[in-house]
Design a protein around this ligand. Structure first.
Ligand code: GFB
Length: 351
């Protein structure tokens, strides 16, 4: 991939796509096509074909997907499987038909069987049943890996797939209904802190700026009591914050700039034959949700209790990636969890 190569970043408005654009621009790649969402719906085959015919990209990063946390995955099952299969098949096939030199497809660690041995090696794919809370998403991601593989085998394309662990960072989704755990916890503790400090105006501004989710809205002149009642409905109080599940599941988190560093490195350095069917990208260590919550509580500075609502789902008990293949290719993450959470909280406050 050269500095002047034509690059298409599919999904440029998401957590990964937006970070990828920042990274590519910072590295001096200047010929990047993103496609305006209004005219380019990646689920529409014709729109994708027209975009490829017009832009003729040489390199494609497939970072577009319908994503969400455990609740969104459980609620919007049909959309998660349909949208993700449609996006992947349209972009992968158009890449082949338009002679794209290399494509990098982004998957997710939820492709592995729920009870696979840990850490998860790439070879464990399709060796057992999936975690039910995200099976539709996982099936779509597995389909995309297999498409890349079989296009390479039948058509001689050069399509790479990577499986990142749970990602987080600036530009994340902080909607409490649809977000992943890390941004949800940042927001919950931040709002609880403001409530404890009686900063009603700041709370009103926060809620007006980003939806809370669950259809919750605040009247423009809502008073302190109304704000408190609204936040109570998502488990946020001045004295305690309520989180989902038991807090015992283990999760691994990777800062999004580490991921973009890894994918640009792979795209510039390797062919699919050297990478294999796909490669894991992770931090190499995990922690229980309880411990993550305690760390975020401290960073945000909320002096209150943490409670768990065990009527909410835990999801898979553990999904720690084996990152030895990526290490052997010469890449390691640089940003630790503490630093990553601080950077994400800052971006939440000032973006
Ligand atoms: O990040 P998360 O939504 O998704 O949840 P998964 C991780 C863990 O955090 C679960 C707990 O055990 C949740 O019950 N948790 C505690 C919370 N409090 C909260 C909260 O306020 N919000 C959220 N969202 N979780 C997703 C998959 O699984 O991981 C996707 O559904 C995708 O398909 C993604 O693979 C990376 O890690 O369980």
């Amino acid at each position: 991939m050269q500095k002047h190569s034509k690059i298409f970043v599919a999904g440029y408005r998401g957590l990964v796509g937006s970070a990828l654009l920042r990274k590519l621009r910072a590295l001096g790649y200047s010929n990047i096509a993103v496609g305006d969402r209004a005219e380019l719906d990646l689920r529409e085959r014709r729109a994708v074909d027209e975009h490829f015919a017009r832009e003729k990209p040489e390199y494609v990063f497939l970072a577009a997907a319908k994503v969400g946390g455990i609740l969104a995955n459980e609620t919007y099952k049909a959309e998660f499987i349909y949208d993700n299969i449609a996006i992947a098949s349209n972009v992968i096939d158009a890449s082949y038909r338009n002679g794209v030199k290399k494509l990098l497809n982004l998957g997710s660690s939820c492709i592995y069987p729920k009870l696979a041995p840990q850490p998860l090696k790439e070879d464990y794919l399709l060796t057992g049943p999936l975690e039910p809370t995200n099976e539709p998403y996982a099936i779509a991601k597995i389909a995309a890996i297999k498409m890349c593989r079989y296009y390479n085998e039948q058509y001689g394309t050069n399509f790479l797939s990577v499986m990142p662990t749970n990602l987080y960072g600036p530009g994340d989704n902080f909607n409490l209904e649809t977000s992943h755990v890390l941004p949800a916890l940042i927001r919950k503790f931040h709002l609880a802190k403001l409530l404890k400090q009686g900063k009603i105006e700041e709370l009103r501004t926060d809620i007006a700026r980003r939806p809370l989710g669950f259809g919750l809205q605040l009247a423009p002149k809502a008073d302190g009591k109304e704000v408190e009642t609204l936040l109570g409905r998502v488990g946020i109080a001045a004295t305690a914050v309520e989180l989902w599940g038991t807090g015992s599941p283990l999760r691994e988190f990777l800062y999004v700039d580490d991921l973009t560093d890894a994918v640009v490195f792979l795209m510039s350095t390797y062919d699919y034959r050297q990478v294999g069917e796909f490669v894991n990208i992770g931090a190499g260590k995990d922690l229980p949700i309880k411990e993550l919550a305690e760390r975020i509580r401290q960073i945000v500075g909320f002096a209150g209790e943490i409670r768990f609502d065990s009527s909410k789902p835990d999801g898979t008990p553990r999904k720690l990636l084996d990152v030895s293949r990526m290490r052997s290719l010469g890449w390691e993450p640089k940003i630790g969890l503490e630093q990553g959470i601080k950077l994400t909280y800052e971006s939440y406050l000032f973006e």
